[in-house]
Design a protein around this ligand. Sequence first.
Ligand code: SAM
Length: 303
Amino acid sequence: MAALDGLPPLRDVINRHGLDARKALGQNFLLDLNLTQKIARTAGPLDGVTVFEVGPGPGGLTRAILALGAKKVVAIERDPRCLPALQEISDHYPGRLSVIEGDALKINFAALAAEPPIRIIANLPYNVGTQLLLNWLLPSAWPPFWQSMTLMFQKEVGQRIVARADDNHYGRLGVICGWRTEAHMAFDVPPQAFTPPPKVTSTVVHMTPRAHPQECDVSKLETVTQAAFGQRRKMLRQSLKSIGGEALLARAGIDPQRRAETLSIDEFVTIADHLADGGRTNSITSPSATTFESDIAKDLDHS
Ligand code: SAM
């Protein structure tokens, strides 16, 4: 059955261009155009909007975004095998799709943001998803270049992004995301919706930037959350010992007997504000996903 946009069905596109999915590139394709439209619609009205998409693959989500009226899509794809398929979409929507072949981790997205408003929509490759999210979340300039982000993650990552105090999934990712954004999980996507199916359920997360997040030095917030959640079952006076312990907590007005998972995001920011410059455990200056990922890797299957 032909697709509504007049382009060939995605399964034909994949067969014709020999796009057998490669695990190393996190390739789990969405072939159901109703589902890709549902993801694109979660981003809100797209008329007049420039969309940045990471990993268009054979172009299912790209087609939905264009069909819903985005002014332009800038898509970054690492796999050169996908380029001919994307060229067909570009020919179908003249002047509205530009594809950059390359690694999204090396792209300066802010420098590409010439035509606002900009929204980011992506079915992310899971192996780089958290790092990309942090790159978009943690620039020193705020508000950021993007107006919203609508991103597919493994469900466990989505749960960590939206988690708040006293939630089992609450941790460093929840603090960083909640500090700067309003985030919610829009809907789950079962494994069988993908080709090939991953082992885990996925979820679409929609995030908008907070206009005025509490002022905070990102590297200090990183230091405090790393120490606190590194020993999440211990009292803060113990888990924060190496960065100031009881004295730091007294300055911040936080009960030293509390545990990390009970602290609100505002309370973490308050502790970070009272952290002396010399009180850091290390010299983190640009936050990396490595430690976030090791936090969550335990129970995630990067399938
Ligand atoms: N958007 C398509 C869909 O929904 O069917 C494909 C999504 S698939 C989960 C992830 C895509 O990201 C693949 O096309 C893969 O080649 C691409 N990719 C993987 N690593 C990348 C990177 N570092 N930079 C850009 N694209 C990447």
